[in-house]
Design a protein around this ligand. Structure first.
Ligand code: ADP
Length: 191
C-alpha cells in the first residue's frame, strides 16, 4: 500500500492536487472536510457534533475525527492506498493515524506539505467562497480563525512527520501542473 498525507493550510490547494494524485497513483481519497460536509448535509449524529465547530472555523474534537477516519478505513480495506487530505490536523490525530495504519499492517509513506503565503491563502478562500457555497469561505473573520487554528494546532504535525523523515515541502504557488510535477517527484522519492 502507498499511503500519503497531503498537508497544508486552508486554501493551499489540497483538494485540487488530490484529484490529480488519485488519477496518477490510483489511491483512495479521504478528505475529512468533505466527509463532515456530507454528514452535515445528511443531518447525522456525527454531523450534529461537528457543526458548531465547523461553523466557527474551529477544529472538530479529535475523538470525533479519528472515529470517522477509522470507520472509513474499515469500510475500504481493499484500497491500494489512501491519500489523507485535511487529516491529520493535530499531533494526537497523527499518532492515532499511525496506530490505525499499523493495525492494518501498513504505514504513511510520505507527507507532502504545500507552502502558500497567508495573503494568498485569504485571497483564494474568499475567491472560492463566491462559488463554493461554503459559509466558512465567505467571511474573513472565519478565515482568520481557520488560519490561526492551522498555525496553533496543525503546524506541529509537520514536525511530527519531519521527525519520521517522511516530510517534503513544496511551493504551493504556481500552475496546477507544475505543482503536481513536484508532488509526484516527492512521492516517487519516498515509495
Ligand atoms: P479547509 O482546509 O479549506 O479549511 P476542510 O474542508 O478541510 O477545509 O475543513 C472544513 C472544516 O472541517 C474545518 O474548518 C474543521 O472545522 C473541520 N475539519 C476537517 N478536517 C478536520 C480534522 N482533521 N480535524 C478537525 N477538524 C476538521
Amino acid at each position: 500500500m502507498i499511503n500519503l498525507v497531503l498537508f497544508g493550510p486552508p486554501g493551499a490547494g489540497k483538494g485540487t492536487q488530490s484529484e490529480k494524485i488519485i488519477e496518477t497513483f490510483g489511491l483512495k481519497h479521504i478528505s475529512t472536510g468533505d466527509l463532515f460536509r456530507k454528514h452535515l448535509g445528511e443531518g447525522t449524529e456525527l454531523g450534529k457534533k461537528a457543526q458548531s465547530f465547523m461553523d466557527n472555523g474551529k477544529l472538530v474534537p479529535d475523538e470525533v475525527v479519528i472515529g470517522m477516519v477509522e470507520d472509513f478505513l474499515n469500510a475500504n480495506t481493499g484500497a491500494k492506498g489512501f491519500i489523507f487530505d485535511g487529516f491529520p490536523r493535530t499531533v494526537a490525530q497523527a499518532e492515532a493515524l499511525d496506530q490505525l495504519l499499523s493495525d492494518h499492517n501498513t504505514e504513511i509513506a510520505c507527507m507532502v506539505m504545500l507552502d502558500v503565503p497567508q495573503d494568498e491563502l485569504k485571497r483564494r478562500l474568499l475567491e472560492r467562497g463566491k462559488t463554493s457555497g461554503r459559509a466558512d469561505d465567505q467571511n474573513e473573520e472565519k478565515i482568520n480563525v481557520r488560519i490561526q487554528e492551522y498555525l496553533n494546532k496543525t503546524l506541529p504535525v509537520a514536525a511530527f512527520y519531519e521527525g519520521q523523515g517522511k516530510a517534503s515541502k513544496i511551493n504551493g504557488v504556481g500552475t496546477i501542473d507544475s505543482i503536481f510535477e513536484e508532488i509526484s517527484s516527492a512521492i516517487n522519492a519516498h515509495v
